[in-house]
Design a protein around this ligand. Structure first.
Ligand SMILES: Cc1cc2nc3c(=O)[nH]c(=O)nc-3n(C[C@H](O)[C@H](O)[C@H](O)COP(=O)(O)OP(=O)(O)OC[C@H]3O[C@@H](n4cnc5c(N)ncnc54)[C@H](O)[C@@H]3O)c2cc1C
Length: 386
C-alpha cells in the first residue's frame, strides 16, 4: 500500500475511534452486520462480547501502526488467524468479516466523509486482513490448542502469582511471544499471558499473573488456581525478539508482569556466548512490586552484557503491604523513583538501540510517547498489541 493510502486509513480510524463512544459504536456496528448477515457465526463467540470489542479495536489500531512494514503486518494477521481457530473460526469466515468491517466503517464514517479514495484504501487493508488471516487459519497444521497441568502456584504478592505448568507436549512458542490461555475456573474466557521462561523441549511453562481489580479472569488465576488444574493454551502470538544480527545494543523496558517476555528472552540469551549489551529498566508502582529483582540480579552477575535498573513510581511501599521490603541487592543500580517512561527518556533518545516495551496498556503508551518525544524513531520500538 502507498503511504498516502496508509495515512488516510489511519486518520479515518482515529477520527472514528477517538469520538465519544466511537470504538463501541464501530464494533457494535461491525458485529451487527456480521451476525445480522451470518447468524450462524454468533455461536462461535462468547456470550459477553466486551473483551471481543476491545480486542477488535486494539488489533486494528496495532495493524495500522505497523502497516508500512508489510511483512510484519502479514505475520501479525496470520498469527491472529491461527489464534481464532480456538473459537472454531475458519478461513472462509474471513471474507464475511471483511464485508462487515467495510460496512461498519462506511456506515459510521458517514457519506459526507467516505470518499472514493478512503473506500479504496480501506478495501486494500481489508483485503490484506482477510487474505492473511484466512491463510493463517488454513495453512497451520499444528493443533489448535495444548493442555498443561499446574504443578506450582505461588503467591508472591497479594495481587501477583507465579504459576508453573507441565504441558502434555511442548507448546511451540518463540521466546518473547504470548499465549492465549484458558483456565477451568473461567472455562469460556481466553486471556493472553506471556511465558516468563524460554520455550523448551520439556514442556515447562511459567506465567506471572497480576490480578486486575474487577477483572473476570486474572483474580481467579491469582487466588483460585490449584496444583493439578488443567489449563489450555492456544496458538502463540507476538513477535518481540532481539535481532542478534543487527549489531545494535538492546533497551528493554518492562513494568509489573510485563517483565515476563523480556526475562524469557534474557534467559535464552544467557545460553549464547556472545550477546549485544542489554539495558533492562524494571518498573513497578511500589518498591514491593519489583518482585523479580533477585532473579534478574543473579542473571546479571554472570552475564556482564546485562545491566538492570530498578524503578518504582513511589519511593516507599504502601501501608497495606505486609511482606518484606524489596531493595536492590548490594552492587545493583540504585532504585530510581518516578514514571518509568519519563525516567528512561531522560537518559536520551536511545535511538541506536533496538527497544522493547512491555507492561500494562497505559504503561506501554506513555513509555512509547516519552521515547518518541525524546526523538526515538518509531521503527526502533517494539511492543505487543495493547
Ligand atoms: C500481549 C499481552 C500479554 C499479556 N501478558 C500478561 C502476563 O504475562 N501476565 C498478566 O498478568 N497479564 C498479561 N496480560 C493481560 C491479560 O491478558 C488480561 O488482560 C488481564 O489479566 C486482565 O484480565 P481480566 O479478565 O482479569 O480482566 P478483564 O475482565 O478482561 O478486564 C477488566 C478491566 O480491566 C482492564 N484491564 C485489562 N487488562 C489490564 C491490564 N493489564 N492492566 C490494567 N487494566 C487492565 C480492562 O480494560 C477492563 O476495563 C497480557 C495482555 C496482552 C495483550
Amino acid at each position: 500500500m502507498n503511504l498516502r493510502a496508509i495515512a488516510q486509513v489511519r486518520s479515518n480510524f482515529r477520527s472514528v475511534t477517538e469520538t465519544t463512544n466511537g470504538s463501541d459504536r464501530l464494533t457494535n456496528s461491525f458485529y451487527g452486520f456480521l451476525f445480522g448477515e451470518n447468524p450462524i457465526l454468533r455461536q462461535l463467540f462468547p456470550a459477553a462480547m466486551d473483551m471481543q470489542r476491545e480486542r477488535l479495536v486494539a488489533a486494528i489500531s496495532y495493524l495500522l501502526d505497523i502497516l508500512d512494514d508489510t511483512e510484519r503486518a502479514v505475520g501479525f494477521l496470520e498469527q491472529l488467524g491461527r489464534d481464532h481457530r480456538k473459537y472454531g473460526v475458519e478461513g472462509d469466515h474471513y471474507p464475511l468479516a471483511g464485508r462487515a468491517l467495510h460496512s461498519a466503517l462506511r456506515a459510521y464514517t458517514g457519506p459526507a466523509f467516505w470518499t472514493n479514495s478512503i473506500d479504496e484504501a480501506w478495501l486494500d487493508v481489508i483485503d490484506l486482513i482477510v487474505t492473511s488471516m484466512a491463510n493463517g487459519a488454513d495453512s497451520d497444521d499444528l493443533p489448535s490448542h495444548w493442555e498443561a497441568t499446574v504443578v506450582e502456584h505461588r503467591k508472591i504478592l497479594d495481587d501477583l502469582a507465579v504459576v508453573r505448568l507441565q504441558a502434555d507436549v511442548p507448546v511451540p512458542y518463540d521466546t518473547g511471544q504470548y499465549l492465549p490461555v484458558r483456565t477451568p475456573q473461567r472455562p469460556r474466557m481466553w486471556r493472553y499471558l506471556s511465558p516468563a521462561i524460554p520455550a523448551n523441549d520439556y514442556g515447562e511453562l511459567e506465567f506471572h499473573v497480576r490480578k486486575v481489580s474487577g477483572g473476570w479472569v486474572s483474580p481467579s488465576m491469582v487466588n483460585e488456581t490449584q496444583v493439578g488444574d488443567r489449563w489450555t493454551m492456544a496458538a502463540p502470538l507476538g513477535g518481540l525478539r532481539v535481532d542478534l544480527t543487527s549489531g545494535a545494543d538492546v533497551l528493554m523496558i518492562g513494568s509489573g508482569t510485563g517483565i515476563a517476555p523480556l526475562r524469557a528472552q534474557i534467559m535464552e540469551m544467557t545460553t549464547r556466548g556472545i550477546n549485544p549489551r542489554v539495558h533492562l529498566f524494571v518498573g513497578g508502582r511500589f518498591p514491593c512490586d519489583l518482585y523479580d529483582l533477585g532473579t534478574l540480579w543473579q542473571i546479571s552477575l554472570s552475564n556482564p552484557w546485562l545491566t538492570v535498573v530498578p524503578i518504582s513510581e513511589f519511593d516507599t511501599d504502601p501501608w497495606w503491604h505486609t511482606g518484606p521490603t524489596i531493595e536492590p541487592p548490594f552492587g545493583m543500580h540504585q532504585r530510581l523513583t518516578g514514571e518509568i517512561g519519563s525516567i528512561v527518556a531522560s537518559f536520551g533518545s536511545w535511538s541506536d538501540r533496538q527497544i522493547q516495551v512491555a507492561g500494562s496498556p497505559t504503561m506501554i503508551s506513555s513509555t512509547v510517547r516519552a521515547l518518541l518525544d525524546a526523538g526515538t524513531p518509531a521503527s526502533r520500538i517494539q511492543h505487543d498489541p495493547v
